[in-house]
Design a protein around this ligand. Structure first.
Ligand code: SF4
Ligand code: SF4
Ligand code: FES
Length: 248
């Protein structure tokens, strides 16, 4: 069964833009990305959109649909009333390159600031041994597809451009947590998280967790345990003394 949907799509670049109205055919089972592709094929061949897998796994097609951060390829048209206007805009937290495509460089710069996995010296590949519970903990964080919707929705940087200098955001708090909880990792990223990546600016509103398409419990399983680790290191006298005597 087909019908015509009313779409509003943001068109423009870093110098400005506006919402443009379209009427476009929708078929049963389609997602927002299908309709964006139909617009490219039939009405706006120069409409810029980033996508790759159309299966919710590459993290490329992030946008805001009726104001909600979502993957376009995982948002079914059947979740909207047929007479509802569907508005698609680029993610607000990042500079627009063109139309629905934003500049995500901020995220890659933050990624480079985090020291990578550091196994004990002399441990050879094939000698790594971990308990299953530790494997499972890492696996939850490893499900991240780097769609950056959590970053986009985080109010610390969404509404405060200046904070980007001192704040890495939820995607990178789970990266730090994954490495900090890894039993074979020897690096200590707690001071980095608190003093340089802005862990203390997060006030645990859980907006990031709500938009994560991989259902990673970003706040409960990564951010709160990291805050506890930082607090333990800085304010627990026994931990403080231990750190002085036996630097990790
Ligand atoms: S819980 Fe923290 S990281 Fe997540 S959206 Fe809120 S302030 Fe940002
Ligand atoms: S944590 Fe979730 S919302 Fe954030 S980048 Fe990864 S998959 Fe996307
Ligand atoms: S196109 Fe890959 S996640 Fe949507």
């Amino acid at each position: 069964m087909s019908y015509n949907a009313s779409m509003r799509v943001w068109r423009g670049d870093q110098d400005g833009g506006a919402l443009q109205d379209f009427t476009v055919e929708v078929n049963q089972g389609e997602v927002v990305l299908d309709v964006i592709h139909r617009l490219q094929q039939t009405q706006t061949p120069d409409l810029a959109v980033r996508w790759n897998c159309k299966a919710g796994k590459c993290g490329s097609c992030s946008a805001e649909i009726n104001g909600h951060p979502k993957l376009m390829c995982m948002t079914r048209l059947s979740t909207f009333a047929q007479d509802e206007v569907i508005t698609v805009t680029p993610m607000r937290t990042y500079p627009v390159i063109r139309d629905l495509v934003t500049d995500l460089s901020f995220n890659y710069e933050k990624a480079r600031e985090i020291p990578s996995f550091t196994p004990p010296k002399g441990l050879q590949p094939g000698e790594y041994r971990m308990a299953q519970v530790d494997v499972q903990r890492s696996q939850e964080f490893r499900k991240c597809i780097e769609c950056f919707l959590c970053q986009n929705v985080c109010h610390v940087i969404r509404d405060h451009e200046d904070n980007k200098k001192v704040y890495a955001g939820p995607r990178f708090f789970i990266r730090i947590a994954e490495l900090e909880m890894h039993p074979l990792d020897t690096a200590d990223r707690r001071d980095l998280a608190q003093d340089h990546e802005g862990l203390g600016l997060c006030n645990i509103t859980k907006c990031c967790t709500e938009v994560c398409p991989e259902n990673i419990k970003i706040t409960d399983n990564a951010i709160i345990p990291m805050k506890e680790r930082v607090a333990g290191r800085r304010y627990d006298p026994a931990v403080w003394l231990g750190n002085k005597l036996f630097r990790r």
